[in-house]
Write a protein that binds this ligand. Structure first.
Ligand SMILES: C[S@@+](CC[C@H](N)C(=O)[O-])C[C@H]1O[C@@H](n2cnc3c(N)ncnc32)[C@H](O)[C@@H]1O
Length: 307
């Protein structure tokens, strides 16, 4: 058994050992017991924060229940043992835990801060090309929003825009650039007409790729070492690492992300996210609490962001 995968393994293994952890491998459909209580136990075990998942748990629980069913596991204990015994099932389990909700120009005040302060600042201070990384980009709504904004600002500099996500299927959808109307609810009519073709009587929208700077799409897990394209002048790290991870995984990955930022570069987070404690001098924007500029590294600061 792969005990490394099971955090707090001794306690769990003792508990599981008393519980008949074997899954049903016959073709009969098993009845799965998996609601909020069991989900919380699973998150605790995987060292993921309940607070991050609470609002979006319905879909995640549905996916996990389906995965348990496929594996013939009726209890969370059986499921954990199965994941440990068959590491090849872990990728599917991780996919169940990923939340891909996004939309164009999500958090209007953030896009205003990028338009009015961050982008003009980095265009003025850094030599081209301007390098920006959209980390955990879901189905592409975020990097496409940035590419559209860049086009609107008509900067003569070249934009080198990297968009990554752990999910392969997400990236395939992102490359295609097809969206439903609900993803565009924060896009003005004028922008919609300029950057999208519509189909199916206005229910589907397709990005006009020729109207925006190109985007480099790449599969990358934020818990792995970073793409070596950095340093970046701006990193969008929104509604992924800071919401769905905690503890050492979060600390290590966050430190790596910030290390990929140029001094003086900009970091954008989700509207409700807080930075983990770190010794990094991230100075919060005066009007937008989810935009930071990386100041000089100050060795006297050993905890907390300055913002
Ligand atoms: C809720 S979406 C956020 C999308 C976009 N950044 C936004 O704010 O609208 C979270 C995305 O992060 C991705 N993600 C979650 N964990 C990840 C990880 N460890 N590495 C890379 N991407 C991850 C998910 O696949 C998902 O597409």
């Amino acid at each position: 058994m792969n005990i490394v995968f099971l955090r707090n393994a001794p306690t769990w293994m003792a508990m599981i050992g008393r519980m008949n952890p074997s899954c049903d491998t016959t073709d009969k459909p098993v009845s799965v017991m998996f609601g909020d209580t069991e989900f919380r136990r699973l998150l605790e075990h995987r060292n993921r924060p309940w607070a991050g998942y609470r609002k979006v748990r319905k879909g995640v629980i549905r996916r996990l229940r389906r995965h348990m069913q496929e594996l013939g596991c009726s209890t969370v204990e059986q499921y954990l043992v199965q994941l440990a015994r068959q590491p090849e099932t872990k990728a599917a389990h991780e996919r169940c835990l990923r939340v891909t909700i996004s939309r164009f120009f999500r958090d209007r005040h953030l896009w205003q801060a990028l338009r009015e302060r961050s982008l003009p600042d980095l265009v003025e201070r850094f030599p081209p090309p301007v390098r920006i990384w959209s980390a955990g980009c879901a189905n592409g709504e975020e990097p496409y929003s940035l590419a559209m904004l860049w086009n609107e600002l008509r900067y003569p500099q070249t934009l080198d825009l990297l968009a990554t996500d752990a999910g392969k299927a997400c990236l395939e959808r992102a490359r295609t650039g097809a969206y439903s109307r609900s993803s565009l609810k924060e896009v003005t009519d004028e922008m919609r007409e300029r950057y999208f073709d519509s189909a199916k009587g206005g229910r589907r929208f397709f990005i006009r790729h020729h109207r925006i700077p190109p985007i480099r799409w790449r599969q990358h897990d934020l818990l792995d070492p970073l793409p070596d394209d950095g340093p970046f002048h701006m990193i969008l790290l929104r509604n992924n690492l800071l919401t769905y991870y905690q503890g050492p995984d979060l600390q290590v990955a966050f430190a790596r992300v910030v290390a990929a930022l140029s001094p003086g570069g900009w970091l954008a987070t989700g509207a409700h996210e807080r930075l983990p404690r770190s010794g990094v001098n991230l100075i919060v924007d005066k009007d937008c609490p989810c935009v930071y500029r990386l100041g000089a590294i100050d060795p006297r600061i050993d905890s907390g962001a300055s913002g």
